[in-house]
Design a protein around this ligand. Structure first.
Ligand code: RUB
Length: 315
């Protein structure tokens, strides 16, 4: 390990928190990784900016390995690493890294407010909507929508095995939203019987063709939604779009420890699998709600090309 990772005990604890999902959700892991990388620069003992850059790239790769599916992690780290451009001394570089990480966090927070307003406009007349997992962006849209449209009811799936739906439900209830927690397997029943008119989701990664990588179960929910003619809104700040997909890189699907699903001793002789994300093709997505506008799938590629035109991919 290099001086940055050796000295950066905070970096290693942030990585552990992301791996164990103490810190979770694509937006949050990006923000925490950005701050941790800027902080790690403090542990560099050399006096060469190039040496610092080499160490930070290694540290960024280490952080990025904590969870492979959400591109926000790598987008955030690339953003911070770009702050090294033009730095002549290590102390200038450190200051630039800190400012860049803080700006990243501010931008993601500001994006949430804009997305909440844009998403709420699309839910002005809905009576019942459904969300899956816990997305801070989808949650912000639902809170804002319910503030404007008092008749709105939200159904929130439990989201096995990690039960992020409980976080969503608690947060929505605290914000005064009429929310009902349901089993994942109750989604089709609820969509039909409660006349759900929209599905509101977040995203971990959106590729150039508009494919949405989000919590496992998203795809089957969207297939059912299309069958029942229920439009799907994906609420995602621009950091969810993948520059790597523009060069054709596939998105890895994280598969977590089987023990999150069941104790192997309770099911002897049984193999257990725990893929935690899946890919939903663009034909199932009605709109992508971003801080830079509401998009249809055919606009995603030019949008992503514009976003990442001048971005350097350090990792
Ligand atoms: C969380 C999840 C969320 C996205 C978007 O998965 O799939 O829908 O990360 O969240 P996990 P946000 O709990 O495994 O991290 O809108 O907060 O970025």
């Amino acid at each position: 390990m290099n001086s940055v990772t050796l000295g950066g005990s905070l970096l290693l604890s942030v990585k552990r928190d992301i791996e164990t999902m103490r810190t979770r959700g694509a937006a949050e892991i990006g923000k925490q990784a950005a701050l941790a990388l800027a902080h790690a620069a403090q542990a560099y003992h050399g006096d060469s900016v190039v040496g610092l850059q080499v160490d930070l790239i290694e540290a960024a790769r280490l952080l990025a390995s904590a969870r492979p599916t959400a591109v926000t992690l790598r987008n955030a780290l690339n953003h911070v690493l770009s702050a090294l451009d033009g730095a002549r001394t290590v102390s200038t570089a450190r200051a630039q890294l800190r400012r860049s990480a803080q700006a990243y966090v501010r931008d993601v927070e500001a994006a949430k407010g804009l997305i909440a307003a844009a998403g709420a406009k699309l839910l002005r007349t809905d009576r019942a909507v459904l969300t899956h997992c816990h997305s801070t962006l989808a949650q912000a849209v639902l809170v804002e929508a319910a503030r404007k449209n008092r008749r709105l009811r939200v159904f929130s799936t439990e989201t096995r095995p990690f039960r992020q739906g409980l976080i969503t439900s608690r947060n929505l209830a605290q914000a005064g939203v009429d929310v009902t927690l349901i089993l994942d397997s109750a989604a089709t029943y609820i969509l039909e019987t409660e006349k759900v008119s929209k599905i509101v989701l977040g995203a971990d990664t959106i590729t150039a063709d508009g494919t949405v990588y989000n919590k496992i179960g998203t795809r089957q929910l969207c297939i059912v939604a299309q069958h029942l003619k229920v439009p799907v809104l994906v609420c995602a700040e621009t950091q969810k779009f993948s520059p790597y997909s523009l060069r054709g890189e596939p998105v890895p699907i994280e598969e977590r420890n089987a023990r999150e699903v069941a104790d192997p001793e309770d099911v002897p002789g049984v193999r257990i699998r725990n893929p935690v994300f899946d890919a939903t093709p663009p034909r199932y997505v009605h709109r992508y709600v971003t801080e830079k506008g509401v998009l249809e799938s055919k606009r995603v590629r030019p949008f992503a090309e514009r976003l990442f035109r001048d971005v350097t991919l350090w990792i």
